[in-house]
Design a protein around this ligand. Structure first.
Ligand code: 9MR
Length: 571
């Protein structure tokens, strides 16, 4: 009897441990998109069943195997075939089941949610169009103190300034110029190349009824705040607006710590110059809704650039801040060449002054790298690519070639990769914010390359990164909240945690697997389930290094998914 029981227990354990796990894009696919799933655990050859929307049963074969260089797990890559009729395809392997959804606009809702998220994280106003996520006003920021590190004769320490609006940066409630300007810059880059789409995209925000596209309206909410971060006396820009320490997990209306503007920095000032120059240019047709803005932004951008030229080594050094000391996010970086390149390129496009072009040439990079808050040179490259005159110059052609070289290199390992995607094949792909900086931004650049070359060559690879992001990956998470069958429920996001709604805000991209695990020591109730680069993720609100959300990350989601949706859209 005992032996039989033991046998049963062992058999059960064997079944459980050898169970197949299906990794698939949980949001959906285009009819023309590759339909690949990845099975982990056991070789499913001969046992994958796909029931089509019309009830026909298919038995696709394993296309190839790939072994994870980190965990040693074997992955079985199964191509389900064309599946070009729309509808749900029911997939089953050894009792595991899922639905693969094929539709004409699979990313329409998620793309829209990724942009609408910015409305939900607006600061300084009551949220009244957020449905269950409505909330009263918090952080009015009409009484912000000048920190000693930012003091001048005209604005001594303790001077009260008003610096309202803007988006909360991330899981925390501070407002950082570097990241704000970068985020808008990235979304502007997408907007510029897909204007027809964005002109029609309605995100149900208070400004939706005006004459300006909703994307630009949303950017304006943050630009208005950014303008207040420039010292009117010298044109320099404060690095951030922050409390000395991070707030607790409470709602905005319950936050009462004093907020400061801190030291001006060359990187913040240049990012500000770049984004204001772009804004002045892009808002020119919409002055009916925003009178005075174009002139104001133009002047602000030029003055900021001038300040940066005069203070090229004014890097942000948080450790030097005293009375009070400041312990919030730094967005510090000690190289401003990329910021000079972006700002001068943007200013040239706005003003056509030769001096900006000379600077842009001097600061252009030798290699293309995907855009990130710490390296904005790609935003400069996008300025050149979106401008007919600049693109046709020798430098413009060189930049285009560098971008294409990046793309060629990015897709090299797809056919041997574990998840049939360009992203995720190198340990360096993973880290803080990797799903945005490395996965979405890579896909965005691949789509951009298609536009430049007039082909559709790279679209397939960009879609593979969508597959990865939305579930065909090592953890099986669809990494965008509110979408897919298994998405993060507990992001490190103060409002989502403190409000009365169980579900987090929809449309947020989490940072993703991060073997650096910089938050490990601060986590009291959670432990990373794995140290492997692609599995070092935990859906726990304590994990700010793998499960936070941030505006720059959502900006990359907007840039990527809206572009994708635009390519197939008939809004
Ligand atoms: O995105 C930032 C990442 O690149 C850095 O490695 C990390 C540590 O400095 O900071 C990240 O940005 C955080 C910022 O400093 C404060 N708000 C939350 C941001 C996302 O975690």
């Amino acid at each position: 009897m005992g032996k039989t029981l033991l046998f049963l227990v062992f058999s059960l354990l064997f079944v459980v441990s050898s169970q197949a796990q299906i990794r698939y894009n949980q949001v959906g696919c285009y009819p023309t998109q590759e339909k690949v799933i990845v099975v982990e655990g056991v070789n499913p050859e001969g046992r994958v069943r796909v029931t089509t929307p019309k009830g026909k049963v298919l038995t696709p074969s394993v296309m190839r195997e790939a072994v994870s260089p980190w965990s040693g797990k074997t992955r079985y890559i199964v191509d389900l075939g064309q599946l070009s009729a729309t509808g749900n395809y029911h997939v089953s392997v050894d009792g595991q089941e899922c639905d693969l959804r094929v539709s004409k606009h699979p990313y329409q809702d998620i793309a829209k949610a990724s942009l609408r998220l910015f409305y939900l994280i607006r600061s300084g106003i009551a949220i009244e169009q957020g449905g269950t996520y409505n909330r009263p006003v918090g952080h009015p920021d009409t009484h912000v103190l000048v920190h000693p590190s930012a003091a001048t004769d005209k604005r001594p320490a303790g001077t009260v300034i008003s610096s309202p609006y803007g988006w909360y940066d991330a899981g925390d409630y501070n407002k950082y110029v570097v990241n704000s300007a970068f985020s808008i810059g990235l979304m502007f880059a997408a907007y510029e190349q897909q204007r027809g789409y964005f002109n029609k995209l309605n995100t149900d925000i208070p400004e939706s009824g005006n004459h300006t596209p909703d994307l630009l309206d949303e950017m304006m909410f943050n630009l208005k705040w950014l303008l207040t971060m420039q010292d009117p006396d010298d044109g320099g820009v404060y690095h951030k607006l922050t409390t000395p320490n991070f707030e607790g997990f409470v709602m905005p209306a319950d936050c009462h710590q004093t907020r400061y503007v801190v030291a001006k920095s060359v990187t913040a000032t240049l990012d500000f110059a770049g984004v204001m120059a772009d804004a002045a240019r892009l808002f020119t047709p919409y002055q009916k809704d925003y009178p005075d803005f174009v002139a104001q932004a133009t002047k602000a951008a030029e003055r900021a650039y001038q300040w940066a030229k005069e203070h090229p080594t004014a890097f942000y050094r948080q450790e030097q801040l005293k009375d009070p000391t400041v312990n919030t996010g730094t967005y510090a970086d000690g190289n401003a060449r990329d910021e000079f390149f972006w700002a001068s390129s943007a200013l040239y496009r706005l003003t056509r002054k030769a001096t900006y072009l000379e600077d842009a040439r001097q600061y252009q990079s030798q290699r293309f790298s995907t855009p990130s808050w710490g390296n904005v040179s790609a935003l400069g490259t996008f300025e050149w690519m979106a401008d007919d005159e600049l693109r046709a110059t020798d430098d413009g052609l060189l930049m285009q070639a560098q971008m294409l070289a990046y793309c060629e290199n990015a897709v090299k390992e797809v056919e041997t990769s574990c998840f049939q995607s360009p992203f995720g094949n190198n340990p360096r792909n993973f880290g803080w914010g990797c799903l945005a900086e490395n996965c979405c931004c890579q896909a965005f650049v691949l789509l951009y390359a298609d536009l430049l070359t007039g082909t559709t060559k790279y679209r397939r690879y960009a879609l593979q990164n969508a597959d990865y992001l939305l579930g065909r990956n090592a953890t099986g998470y669809c990494y965008v909240t509110g979408f897919g069958d298994r998405s993060p429920q507990h992001p490190h996001h103060r409002i989502s945690e403190a409000d009365a709604v169980d579900a987090p805000f929809p449309g947020m991209l989490v940072g993703g697997p991060n073997p650096g695990q910089q938050d490990k020591r601060d986590m009291k109730n959670a432990v990373y389930p794995s140290n492997h680069p692609d599995e070092s993720y935990i859906d726990n609100m304590e994990s700010y290094a793998s499960n936070e959300i941030a505006i720059n990350w959502n900006a990359s989601l907007v840039a990527f998914l809206c572009w994708l949706d635009a390519l197939h859209s008939q809004l």
